[in-house]
Design a protein around this ligand. Structure first.
Ligand code: GDP
Length: 439
């Protein structure tokens, strides 16, 4: 899969950014309103238009601080510029140009990023004249749209596609080339220390790979005779987390690193109680469909008592990720750091596994014979046929005679794992009930 280009949506609050994002995504879910002071876990979304896929970064709504609105918005634009291939600036045609809009424009001008200008809230033809006033921003043609009603959004998306780079930002890795590994985790769990240990232990940090934006973002590191590409190590080395807007920036960077990676090493501090944020990162990796290794770091700081507690915490909270290889490491002493490579390889192997249609259906037949789906309102849904639609991660389509209970689908997943392995990888099962005829 190639890396998709990134579109950042910027603009002051209340211009309808969230609505615009929803409009582009073609759905109403997930995006909260433009409330100042709201922090989000999720900041980027998969989008597509006319068969082209891209990623939308929604820059609205992270915690406000004491500084003025214009400064905050300029900062927002700056963050967006740093991470995006193109920027969609949303302004409110019914209000006209404000100081805050101009603050954003100044930042955008300094950058070389392509900008598409959306004059929003043009709900009917009468308002198109107001939209034309947005030429005065000096960013070129304003595209009149109504994010609320969808008016003009097709033309806007065409302009967005034209602004996004045609070629993927990163060429598809050649087969047999370096694997893409991301080290993720909440702040201070030891990610930078681990990276340093890995690069020091094996003195052949081959190269810095130039990023598309400004800094070298990846490093090629040779571990156990094989070269891996560590994603966005600049983020770990440069301590961007200490920069302003840190929470937002850190989560954006983490998400993007995970998107670009094939396998994520989620680092958790074993010396402290497992936190919500650790679990959210695990979920994020799973939802991104990446291979996963869990590294419990700072093992040197754990005593018997702490390890007993940790075991309980893992049983209680991390059980859903029981399929991920676990390594107890110390980035400080180097304990087990070499074992990470083995775990990463195992996870990647699971992620790439292909099961033939013959093997799969023989297996499904055995499962159905020993554990048929329970009867529901007099009917018993059956699996008619299954096929592995893709790997990386393994994704199965099950054609069925009716809807299946989610617990039954989870049961099938468990059995699939027992049968075929899939260590270290999410497994996706899509149930496709047979269409009723004559409708
Ligand atoms: P990051 O924010 O995840 O990159 O975390 P750092 O690598 O900056 O580490 C945070 C702190 O934990 C630093 O003071 C490290 O020296 C310390 N640290 C990291 N790994 C270990 C470890 O395995 N054992 C101990 N005792 N300290 C560690």
């Amino acid at each position: 899969m190639s890396t998709r280009p990134v579109l950042a949506v910027v603009g002051r609050p209340n211009v309808g950014k969230s609505q615009m994002v929803n409009r582009i995504l073609g759905r109403r879910e997930a995006v909260v309103q433009d409330l100042p002071g709201v922090t989000r876990d999720r900041v980027s979304y998969d989008a597509s238009w006319n068969g082209r896929e891209f990623i939308i970064v929604d820059t609205g709504g992270w915690a406000s601080d004491a500084r003025g609105m214009a400064a905050r918005i300029a900062e927002q634009a700056e963050l967006a510029i740093a991470t995006a291939d193109a920027v969609l600036l949303v302004v409110d045609a019914t209000v006209g140009i404000t100081d805050e809009d101009e603050a954003v424009v100044r930042v955008l001008r300094r950058s070389a990023k392509p900008v598409v200008l959306a004059a929003n809230k043009v709900d009917d033809q009468r308002l198109e004249a107001e939209a034309a006033g947005m030429w005065n921003l000096g960013l070129g043609e304003p595209h009149p749209v109504s994010a609320l009603h969808g008016r003009g959004s097709g033309d806007l998306l065409d302009a967005v596609l034209a602004a996004l780079p045609e070629a993927p930002r990163e060429e598809d890795p050649e087969p047999g080339g370096p694997r893409r590994v991301a080290i993720v985790g909440k702040p201070n769990v030891g990610k930078s220390s681990l990276l340093n240990k890995l690069t020091r232990q094996d003195r052949s940090v081959v190269d810095n790979v130039a990023g598309t934006t400004v800094d070298p973002v990846d490093e090629l590191v040779t571990l156990g005779g094989e070269t891996d590409r560590f994603i966005d190590t600049a983020g770990l080395r440069r301590r961007v987390k200490e920069a302003s807007g840190h929470e937002y920036y850190a989560s954006l960077r983490t998400q993007q690193a995970a998107e670009r990676a094939e396998v994520c090493v989620v680092v958790i501090d074993a010396s402290e109680t497992i936190a919500d944020q650790d679990l959210k990162l695990l979920t994020m990796v799973e939802e991104a469909g990446k291979a996963l290794v869990i590294a419990y770091n700072k093992w040197d700081l754990t005593d018997d008592e702490r390890r007993r507690y940790l075991t309980r915490e893992i049983e209680r909270d991390v059980q859903a990720f029981g399929w991920a290889p676990r390594v107890n490491i110390s980035a400080l002493t180097g304990r087990n750091v070499d074992k990470l490579k083995t775990a990463v390889d195992a996870a990647l192997a699971g992620w790439e596994t292909r099961v033939t249609t013959g093997q799969l259906n023989a297996f499904l037949g055995r499962v159905a014979a020993s554990h048929p789906h329970p009867v529901r309102s007099g009917k018993q849904p059956r699996i008619l046929f299954g096929t592995q639609a893709q790997n990386c991660p393994p994704t199965f389509a099950l054609f069925t005679s009716g809807r299946m209970d989610p617990p039954y689908v989870r049961f099938v997943e468990r059995r699939l794992r027992e049968e075929f392995g899939f260590a270290g990888t999410p497994v996706i099962i899509e149930v496709r009930p047979r269409q009723k005829r004559g409708k």
